[in-house]
Design a protein around this ligand. Structure first.
Ligand code: HEC
Ligand code: HEC
Length: 208
């Protein structure tokens, strides 16, 4: 066999192998596996990839990033966004008035739904899609739009954050609540939530 052809065949076979491995990882619903995969990446040469697709809608970033970070659409399923972006819910938005002009409201509702967790291809965002928002509202929430779905009330979110004590979160004036993703996740705006990018204000890096 011609040396050049043999070389091309080896390269081809390697590429097919890599592609298969990539498919296996991205199709994995096992989040522990996904996490191991991430750890490998940091030690190697592959840079951080977003866990959820970053916000690409300037209007959304402006309107919905005024009081807290503009949450990526991939952090909740479409049904939850529909509910949060309904006109009546925006008037009592977790205790605040976040109402929008009707035209803007409809456009942002469509943007969020089209890019929601249940539409997303990235594994981490899909985890949020499966997580059913809990119905149990804590007492503080009951008077503050507690019926609205929350990212922080999803089972996936709670499983990932259940070891973090309140003194680092609600009792930490530099954080305030779990809703302030970007206070701890330094690259949250880019959709990167990897645990080794976490630095909690006044506490530092998180090792578990
Ligand atoms: C006027 C201020 C304000 C604006 C504007 C605003 N929000 Fe909020 N939002 C809040 C407050 C306050 C909370 C509750 C935060 C907390 O519990 O610490 C909240 C919470 C949320 C949560 C739940 C976060 C969690 O705990 O999981 C989502 C989702 C959300 N907002 C989406 C949006 C979207 C989408 C828009 C744009 C339509 C928007 N917000 C605009 C004030 C605002
Ligand atoms: C008080 C700091 C803090 C806040 C606020 C916070 N997180 Fe986290 N988050 C952490 C820590 C610490 C971990 C790692 C936990 C562990 O693995 O033990 C983590 C883990 C995660 C993970 C899993 C990452 C992985 O590599 O497995 C995701 C996804 C995530 N957070 C999303 C969010 C989102 C979305 C928000 C906002 C709605 C948020 N977090 C708010 C501290 C925070």
């Amino acid at each position: 066999m011609n040396k050049l052809i043999r070389h091309a065949m080896i390269v081809g076979a390697t590429l097919i192998g890599l592609a298969a491995a990539g498919v296996a990882i991205s199709d994995s619903d096992d989040y522990h596996k996904d996490r191991d995969h991430h750890d490998e990446e940091h030690d190697g040469w592959i840079p951080h990839r977003p866990d959820v697709a970053p916000v690409e809608n300037p209007r959304y970033a402006e309107e919905c990033g005024a009081c807290h970070m503009a949450y990526q659409p991939g952090l909740l399923p479409a049904a939850a966004w529909q509910r949060i972006l309904s006109a009546d819910a925006l008037i009592d938005h977790y205790g605040d008035d976040a109402s929008l002009g009707e035209d803007t409201r409809q456009r942002l509702q469509a943007y969020l739904s089209a890019n929601a967790a249940d539409q997303a291809r990235l594994v981490r965002a899909r985890a949020f899609a499966f997580a059913v928002p809990a119905t149990t509202a804590d007492s503080a929430d009951a008077s503050a739009g507690g019926a609205l779905p929350r990212i922080t009330m999803t089972a996936y979110f709670q499983r990932k954050h259940d070891e973090i004590p309140p003194r680092l979160v609600v009792e930490n004036p530099d954080v305030g609540s779990f809703s302030q993703c970007n206070k701890c996740h330094q690259d949250a705006a880019a959709g990167i939530y990897d645990e080794d990018q976490v630095s909690i204000p006044g506490f530092g890096r998180w090792e578990d």
